[in-house]
Design a protein around this ligand. Sequence first.
Ligand code: GDP
Length: 187
Amino acid sequence: MSAPSVAELPPTRGELAIVGRSNVGKSSLLNALARRKDLAKTSKTPGRTQLLNLFALEGDPATGGSVVDLPGYGFAKVPARVRATWGPMIEGYLLEREGLRATLVLVDGEVGPTALDVQTLEWFEHHGLAHHVIATKHDKVKSSRRDARKKELAAKCGLEPRQVLWVSAASDVNIDELRNRVRGWLA
Ligand code: GDP
């Protein structure tokens, strides 16, 4: 289901939030985690891109948890008027949501963190909110370049390389590992 504000989301047993700029690979990761092909398609249908989209992790009774796909930030095509409401909505959710157990901040592993990603991470630090940085698109970087890229990406996020999990939804890299971690956080 989709809701325009945190007040309109039903309570859940525990949920995982996914944050990231448009095109970072959020929908692909959500589908991979849920082992579904088109689960996150719903959140991309016109009119829903600015809503909080709540998914039950179906077919995963061990978890029984939910995932909230937050609107992608920094989407240039969106009118400023609409963009102005995103920040407060996302912030309201992250700061007030009772059932929130963990937040993933996605960073594109191919292009590294953008200025907006860094701002987002600073916002988390500022509020003392725990979060996990997940790099995406592992398959898009040559294996010979991966160590250096990961080091660079982590440094720009103010982290050690071991604090970043690098996944690929396309090549199924570290998806099981992430799913296991999510299970732990939602347990
Ligand atoms: P969203 O806007 O953050 O939901 O991003 P999407 O999941 O729609 O992905 C944006 C683009 O990146 C699409 O063209 C995807 O096919 C591509 N993409 C996403 N994840 C991966 C990945 O792990 N590997 C590769 N090669 N491409 C990916």
